[in-house]
Design a protein around this ligand. Structure first.
Ligand SMILES: Nc1nc2c(c(=O)[nH]1)N=C([C@H](O)[C@H](O)COP(=O)(O)OP(=O)(O)OP(=O)(O)O)CN2
Ligand SMILES: [Zn+2]
Length: 125
């Protein structure tokens, strides 16, 4: 099994609802987000690619156009936690990235800070 990944970055603000009084994350604040997608396949394509890294540019364009320098509370219809972002972006990639047969999107990982992350991968059947 081959596995590749590509990392993207964007800057955005958010606040989180449903937290105890005084929780710092209930206040509007910003992060330098990192988004990492990983893909797997058993068979390589072209010169020996899972996919060309350039074929993942659509995710970067989506992040630049819809997430970068925005208030994420107005972008998603769920609270802008790392977990919800990871799931949203995984689903976007499944719908919008044109991948060769046999190439699977394994995970999307979102980090708000250097020391934290949340990952979404659908449950295996
Ligand atoms: N499971 C999750 N927990 C938290 C999330 C999240 O998305 N998923 N998000 C937050 C806040 O967005 C917060 O801004 C980041 O939290 P935290 O890492 O605790 O903040 P710091 O960078 O300030 O870390 P310190 O270790 O406290 O310095 C909170 N929780
Ligand atoms: Zn935050």
């Amino acid at each position: 099994m081959y596995r590749i990944g590509k990392r993207f970055r964007f800057e955005a603000a958010h606040s989180l609802p449903g937290l105890p009084d005084g929780h710092k994350c209930a206040r509007s604040h910003g992060h330098s987000y990192s988004v990492e997608i990983t893909l797997t396949t058993e068979d390589l394509h072209g010169p020996g690619f899972v996919v060309d890294f350039a074929d993942l540019a659509g995710l970067g364009a989506y992040l630049d156009g819809s997430f970068d320098h925005r208030d994420l509370d107005t972008v998603l219809d769920v609270p802008a936690t790392s977990e919800n972002l990871a799931r949203h972006l995984y689903c976007w990639c499944v719908e919008h990235l044109d991948l060769p047969a046999g190439v699977r999107i394994e995970t999307v990982r979102v980090s708000e800070t250097a020391s934290t992350f949340a990952e979404y991968a659908p449950a295996m059947p």
